[in-house]
Design a protein around this ligand. Structure first.
Ligand code: TLP
Length: 339
């Protein structure tokens, strides 16, 4: 069987031997009873990391985002999010299905919404209009190419949300990528938002799980909705142990993924069929346009042993992660050069 270099996502990593050992030896209990010591330890660690009073371990990044929307809104209200955000593109209309809210999509630049535009789209109080209740931002921004939301822009949106009495949720699925790159702590990012979620199963390399952090009332509500959605897990310490291991061992090394992504982007930018905004390559994701049919390029690369994704006819994505080293990065570049 062909051994692929898999750049489809940073979700494809497999737990290392050491992580599996941590998982195998995890102390567990029934987390629906609040009895799982490893889940409790993970939630405690995330409270410390974010400075938020409460944290809830959940199955996935989608569940964390959807719980946040559910807890910050009421049906028939409206949320503002960047038009290419994960919440809009990839969560199966979850905000309408789960929370009964409408989404106001705003186009950002490299995933960053203009604060004046956000302000301009907060609904005035009128009987024709839904009430705007939540703003969502994404850091790093996946579809913009793993771009970092600048701290000053988050501060502006945070001030606006406070002034207008709106909640602000940060989809921080890849917040550690932003943090290691900028040196800005998770606590500082978290201090500017009402809720933050992040994933252990992306760059951090754990097999399963995300966390949602916020104040106590918010998390109490989220806990109940997690139960309704079937997200109450029993001996969840088995997976929380992988997440704890990831937090302890796999954060600083994210810089290597960023270095590999940068090198890959610079090299493939020299190819005649690739168009790439090198300024958008800020962390571990490389998104680029192709002059030829992207799905044909993807199929040709697959035959050579390289997996990437294409989005429509002219857009492709390659994601760097802990199962890709610098040699494999060179091989991936060579495969791009050879087609
Ligand atoms: N992103 C996945 C796919 O769903 C596209 C990927 O391969 O990048 N927020 C952001 C910013 C994400 O990129 C993702 C996953 C999620 C939330 C959802 O996480 P999961 O897959 O754990 O539900």
């Amino acid at each position: 069987m062909m051994k692929y270099i898999d750049l489809r996502s940073d979700t494809v990593t497999k737990p290392s031997k050491a992580m599996r050992e941590a998982i195998a030896s995890a102390e567990v209990g029934d987390d629906v009873w609040g009895d799982d010591p490893t889940v409790n330890k993970l939630q405690e660690k995330c409270r410390e990391l974010t400075g938020k009073p409460a944290a809830l371990f959940v199955t996935s990044g989608c569940m964390a985002n959807q719980l946040a929307i559910k807890c910050h809104t009421n049906p028939a209200e409206e949320i503002i999010a960047e038009w290419d955000s994960h919440i809009i593109k990839y969560e199966v209309a979850g905000p309408s299905f789960i929370s009964g809210v409408q989404v106001m999509p705003l186009k950002g630049i490299r995933g960053v919404m203009d604060v004046n535009e956000v302000e301009g789209h907060i609904r005035p109080d009128w009987y024709h209009y839904p009430k705007t209740s939540l703003i969502c931002i994404e850091n790093t921004h996946n579809r913009a190419g793993g771009t970092i939301y600048p701290l000053d822009e988050i501060k502006k949106i945070s001030n606006l949300a406070k002034e207008r009495n709106l909640n602000l949720h940060l989809d921080g699925a890849r917040i550690f990528n932003a943090s290691v790159e900028t040196g800005i702590s998770i606590k500082e990012y978290s201090s500017l938002v009402d809720s933050i979620s992040f994933c252990f199963s992306k760059g951090l390399g754990a097999p399963i799980g995300s966390i949602l952090c916020g104040d106590v009332d918010f998390i109490t509500k989220a806990h109940k909705f997690r139960k309704i959605l079937g997200g109450g897990m029993r001996q969840a310490g088995i997976i929380a142990a992988g997440a704890l291991y990831a937090l302890e061992n796999n954060v600083e090394r994210l810089k290597e993924d960023h270095k590999n992504a940068r090198h890959f982007a610079e090299e493939i930018s020299k190819l005649p069929y690739v168009e790439i905004d090198l300024d958008s390559v800020q962390t571990n994701i490389v998104i680029f346009k192709t002059k030829n049919n992207a799905s044909v390029i993807r199929e040709n690369l697959e035959k050579k042993g390289l997996l990437v994704t294409n989005d429509g006819v002219d857009k492709m994505r390659a994601v760097f992660h802990l199962d890709i080293n610098s040699d494999q990065t060179e091989q991936a570049i060579e495969m791009f050069e050879s087609i």
